[in-house]
Design a binder for this molecule. Structure first.
Ligand code: HEM
Length: 313
């Protein structure tokens, strides 16, 4: 347990930060202007800029971004927890973007495009998995030094995570409703809850590609959790009879199970790490803690791709 206090280096003077979420005005360059610039600087990096900022800061509002880390407790480990929480939110956002677009490509039957996006999605999940290595350096004692300051904050309330869950098909009206009082978040969560997931769209795509899928899987109440279905398993079973690189649907099935595998590892790692950190204490978010996380660790987004293995011989 760190029994010393953190020293927080000063990085940005908050007084100077341009507030606001709008993209900041910037110019564009071209191959020609960049070549001219390199001639002018003699090949050295540019170090003189007009005004009180520079294009790197402006492109991603970096000074604003780096002003949003404010641990509350004075305990050493909280900065690590704080930064990793924000990093993970951004990674969830990147992951969700890819999955959302994979769904859009599948709606257009563009399976090759979707495969490319699923491959990147899985890499995002492996990067997310890696973040637990850093969070896992926070000991039980270190965590207890700042846990009270979280109030009822819990990852369970992450709307970005909820979007990831919903685009993948793990719908949950109750967990969605935790955001109903947040007017700038709720309509989008509600829309995601009510929309078909990526997997729902893939099942519709299998049907368009000639596989026989039960009617009730093609149009249903999308707010309900995904119900595993025999016609879907049969479709995958038929597809898996030709496990070749030229069989795009087989490639799609493998991409999906690899993604599910990676996310299962992510959930499992969180569950084990939480057990190590808080034992069997309740969570800050109202759940019984590890009991709840053990239950979520058993979830599989694409159940037929797992059950299918039992039939393969
Ligand atoms: C040592 C640090 C951590 C502990 C002890 C911990 C503990 C827990 C617990 C007990 C829950 C169950 C819900 C509840 O709070 O009652 C939970 C859920 C969750 N936590 Fe953590 N957590 C930690 C770090 C993180 C971090 C850094 C993130 C990243 C944003 C995160 C994301 C989540 C998410 C998304 C859920 C919901 C899981 C689901 O619904 O499947 N956790 N966490």
């Amino acid at each position: 347990m760190p029994n010393f206090k953190p020293q927080t280096p000063k990085i940005v003077d908050p007084e100077g930060v341009t507030l606001g979420i709008e993209p900041r005005p910037m110019d564009q360059t071209t191959d020609t202007t960049r070549a001219d610039k390199a001639l002018e600087t003699g090949g050295e990096p540019t170090v003189d800029f007009m005004g009180d900022t520079n294009p790197y800061i402006n492109y991603q509002s970096i000074d604003l971004l780096l002003s949003l880390q404010h641990p509350r407790s004075g305990a050493y480990d909280e900065m690590c927890f704080f930064v990793m929480g924000q990093v993970k939110e951004i990674l969830f956002k990147g992951l969700h973007f890819e999955l959302f677009n994979a769904k859009a490509r599948i709606q257009e039957d563009e399976i090759d495009d979707a495969l490319m996006l699923l491959s990147r999605s899985t890499e995002f999940v492996y990067l997310l998995l890696k973040t637990w290595d850093v969070v896992g350096t926070i000991s039980a004692e270190g965590f207890n030094q700042f846990r009270d300051y979280l109030d009822q904050a819990s990852g369970q309330l992450s709307f970005m995570y909820r979007h990831v869950e919903f685009v993948l098909g793990n719908k949950d009206k109750q967990l969605a409703s935790a955001h109903k009082n947040v007017p700038h978040v709720w309509p989008h969560i509600k829309e995601a809850l009510e929309a078909p997931s990526l997997y729902d769209e893939i099942i519709r795509c299998l049907q368009r590609q000639g596989h026989k899928i039960d009617e009730e899987m093609l149009e249903r109440d999308w707010t309900e959790p995904y119900p595993a279905n025999e016609s879907v398993e049969q479709a995958w079973f038929d597809i898996y009879q030709d496990p070749s690189t030229s069989n795009r649907l087989y490639q799609l099935g493998e991409a999906l199970i690899n993604l599910d595998d990676a996310i299962s590892q992510y959930r499992w790692r969180h569950f084990v790490l939480v057990s190590k950190t808080i034992g069997y204490k309740p969570g800050t978010g109202g759940s019984d803690g590890v009991g709840w996380l053990r239950h979520t660790a058993e979830l599989r987004y694409f159940p037929e791709l797992w059950s299918l293995r039992t039939r393969m011989g």
